[in-house]
Design a protein around this ligand. Structure first.
Ligand SMILES: Cc1cc2nc3c(=O)[nH]c(=O)nc-3n(C[C@H](O)[C@H](O)[C@H](O)COP(=O)(O)O)c2cc1C
Ligand code: SF4
Length: 422
């Protein structure tokens, strides 16, 4: 299978400009500037089926077209490298091992959007990624891939500012990230208007995930159909999945979008650590509802995951062996969201600590069956939260209480936790 976003990872000094150029880097940009109009670029991306790898899966070419068509200037391209979802570490690999691939995609995005300014925003804790991405930006300027009159063109100017995050999960949400870039408190903004029209500094902005932009150069080189065909069924392209938890070989694998969880965990991850049985798995990091071994053959792509009442998110698959107490898993997820709730709206600010309290009661043998009802009601009220954090924060707890009910009931009744899902 063709690798798209991880293809250079094994090259010596893969993060340097020399290594990237030796592997054909920046030839897609040169061709785009020579042969294509901005409209051609966004049309090709639309036809490829590339959709946002940050978890919302919005069609990337359409986003760029919206930005280009907004008459306000300057227009911006922002790279979202805030990656803070527990269980997800794909952007970190890209930024440490191949920052030029993301930069080339970003510059092509700027061309398609008629954007002149850009930000690269990277999670605060990603030290090596900061170092290598900043070096890549400096080298790209020196080589004429950034700045004024890129590659000798007259009229295509694009400048990038690097920004380091300050350690808040919520700032991965696009409008909270804009507030952070503007030096404000990082809470989300009301949508609509959407970032394509009112983004950073109130101007049209294409914000994209690192992985989304890293797919762009090869789509330009090989065409829309090629990319589309890399995915399974209707799903287009490849996806960087990352495996963690009780798996024999944790790590990142670039595979066809829509690979099954069984293939990922058993064929690529070597199965459950220590040869133990599988209790369950999460398909999309902390925000996703866990699934059972009966659902191992579901395709890891947004539609199939949605049909199961969970989310694909950013492809962070977390494995739980047969000894796992799923109430404890739900409790830890609830603690994370309580900690990361920005406190801006009531359903999330009050709901997240309530989730923690209910889980605590059940874990400590003080829960009742009414608590399971309460979880459902609380989850429904959290759906009214202002942003995705609160709208999804209850899913891992509610999902666990539905699919792994026997663990919750065992705690309530003071019995041992069963090894399998009920
Ligand atoms: C709470 C929350 C956290 C998010 N964190 C990230 C993140 O770390 N990285 C990211 O690319 N998108 C994140 N998103 C999604 C972004 O809001 C946005 O959809 C994405 O950056 C758009 O880029 P894409 O179209 O390439 O996916 C988050 C959304 C929410 C609600
Ligand atoms: S849902 Fe949570 S994180 Fe989002 S605005 Fe409300 S309090 Fe903040």
């Amino acid at each position: 299978m063709s690798l798209v976003v991880t293809k250079n990872f094994g090259n010596p000094q893969s993060w340097t400009l020399d290594s990237y150029r030796a592997a054909g880097g920046y030839t897609a940009l040169a061709r785009v500037l020579r042969e294509m109009t901005p409209e051609d670029v966004s049309d090709l991306i639309k036809a490829s089926g590339l959709s946002g790898r940050g978890g919302a899966f919005f069609p990337t070419g359409l986003k760029w077209e919206f930005v280009r068509k907004d008459p306000k200037t300057p227009r911006y391209v922002v790279v979202n490298g805030d990656e803070s979802e527990p269980g997800t570490y794909v952007n970190r690999y890209s930024l440490e091992l191949d920052p030029h691939l993301m930069l080339e995609g970003m510059i092509i995005a700027a061309y398609a959007c008629h954007a002149t300014l850009g930000y690269v925003y990277i999670r605060g804790e990603y030290g090596l990624a900061h170092e290598r991405t900043q070096a890549a930006i400096r080298d790209a300027y020196a080589a004429g891939f950034l700045g004024s009159g890129i590659l000798g063109t007259s009229g295509f100017d694009f400048d990038i500012t690097f920004r380091r995050g300050a350690g808040a999960y919520i700032v991965g949400e696009e409008t909270a990230l804009f507030n952070s870039l503007e030096g404000k408190r990082g809470n989300p903004r009301y949508k609509p208007p959407f970032p394509t029209n009112v983004g950073v500094w109130g101007l049209p902005t294409a914000i994209n995930n690192v992985e989304t932009l890293s797919a762009v150069p090869d789509i330009m080189r090989n065409g829309a159909e090629w990319f589309q065909d890399l995915g399974r069924g209707e799903a287009a392209g490849t996806k960087m999945y990352c495996l963690s938890g009780h798996v024999a070989e944790p790590g990142v694998h670039e595979l066809p979008m829509g690979v099954t969880a069984r293939e990922l965990i058993y064929d690529y991850g070597g199965g459950v650590a220590g040869g133990r049985g599988l209790k369950g798995f999460k398909p999309g990091g902390a925000s996703s509802a866990p699934l059972t071994p009966n659902e191992l053959d579901a395709a890891l792509e947004p539609k199939s995951m949605g049909a199961l009442g969970t989310i694909m998110g950013t492809g962070g698959v977390v494995v739980f062996d047969e000894t796992t107490d799923m109430v404890d898993v739900a409790y830890r997820d609830a603690l994370f969201f309580e900690e990361e709730s920005c406190g801006f709206c009531i359903p999330c600010r009050e709901g997240a600590p309530n989730l923690v309290q209910i889980c605590e009661r059940i874990l400590h043998g003080q829960g009742t069956m009414d608590d399971l009802e309460l979880l459902e009601e609380l989850g429904a009220s959290m759906m009214a939260s202002f942003c995705g954090l609160g709208q999804f924060a209850h899913q891992p707890v509610r999902g666990a209480a539905r699919r792994f009910r026997e663990d919750f009931v065992a705690h309530i009744e003071g019995r041992p936790i069963p090894a399998a899902a009920s």
